[in-house]
Design a protein around this ligand. Structure first.
Ligand SMILES: [Zn+2]
Length: 77
């Protein structure tokens, strides 16, 4: 996820692992924004939680749509 610091305009990429770790915390505390330190100027920049949601890996708690046919593309002739 691409992030740009609003203070020094340093742009950097936020890893999926970071988002996956930070997003549940932000949601648990009902934050609208996640605060993180800019790696360049060390100021706190705000990242919208909604934006993080879009980049976070989908939860793997449940498996929706497992109604696929058991046999696929194999000829049993
Ligand atoms: Zn900065």
């Amino acid at each position: 996820m691409h992030v740009r610091c609003s203070y020094c305009f340093h742009s950097f990429n936020l890893g999926r692992d970071y988002i996956a770790a930070a997003l549940p915390e932000a949601l648990a505390q009902k934050h609208k924004t996640h605060l993180m330190e800019c790696p360049n100027c060390r100021k706190r920049i705000k990242i919208p939680v909604t934006q993080m949601k879009r980049f976070a890996p989908p939860p793997v708690a449940e498996a929706p749509g497992t109604d696929e046919p058991p046999s696929q593309g194999e000829d049993a002739s």
